[in-house]
Design a binder for this molecule. Sequence first.
Ligand SMILES: Nc1ncnc2c1ncn2[C@@H]1O[C@H](COP(=O)(O)OP(=O)(O)OP(=O)(O)O)[C@@H](O)[C@H]1O
Ligand SMILES: [Mg+2]
Length: 229
Amino acid sequence: MSERGGPVLKLVNLQRSFTQGGGAIRVLRGASANIAVGEVVALTGPSGAGKSTLLQLAGLLEQPDGGEVILEGKTCSALHDNQRTRMRREKLGFVYQFHHLLPEFSARENVMLPHMLRGSRSKARQYADELLERLGVGSRKEHRPPQMSGGEQQRVAIARALVNKPILLLADEPTGNLDQENAESVFEALLEIVRDTQLSALIATHNLNLASRMDRHVALDNGILSEQR
Ligand SMILES: Nc1ncnc2c1ncn2[C@@H]1O[C@H](COP(=O)(O)OP(=O)(O)OP(=O)(O)O)[C@@H](O)[C@H]1O
Ligand SMILES: [Mg+2]
């Protein structure tokens, strides 16, 4: 549980620059946001605005140049690398913009892998199967990623992010590779699982219809986040 009902995630004045071709580009210029327990927040912004960059920082995959990521009241920059890794493994689920499934393992094994680091194998398998069913790829459990469509692979990647029962889901365009109908059904299934497990979520999307169905919507522009209505 979050400390005294505080936000699950606080992003405070995040700064991030990259050097490119001799010049520096300031992608994040003081991006701030709070996500409460159980809240599902849409993250939008033009291509190149820094949504993936922001999610990488929130997901403790990268360190900001300035500002803080505070997860359940813990200031993450103050943690040692191994504590950050543990935090990431135990508290966060991540759906990448490009799914990074392991091609030599079946759908079920891809989903089970993070869970097998903890807990029992049979429980992991049971929950992996349940998630795959709910995401509409129950009949693809034994398939390996190269034998599945892009959309099917994306559903498997979503199941993998959820299998550890994280407190916070960070998803980078989880339905970006899907046609409208599939995007709808995968999003519905994802939202239902998120609600059932009282997860908080920050979901980057270019789809304003999906964004409007989340609890809140923040937009990234010119390096800062602003609340949308
Ligand atoms: N490792 C890096 N090195 C240099 N520049 C980078 C790096 N990562 C991101 N950038 C730059 O930072 C900017 C933001 O990129 P980012 O991927 O966060 O955008 P995005 O909002 O996720 O875009 P999209 O909607 O296309 O996914 C881009 O201009 C990109 O070129
Ligand atoms: Mg991106």
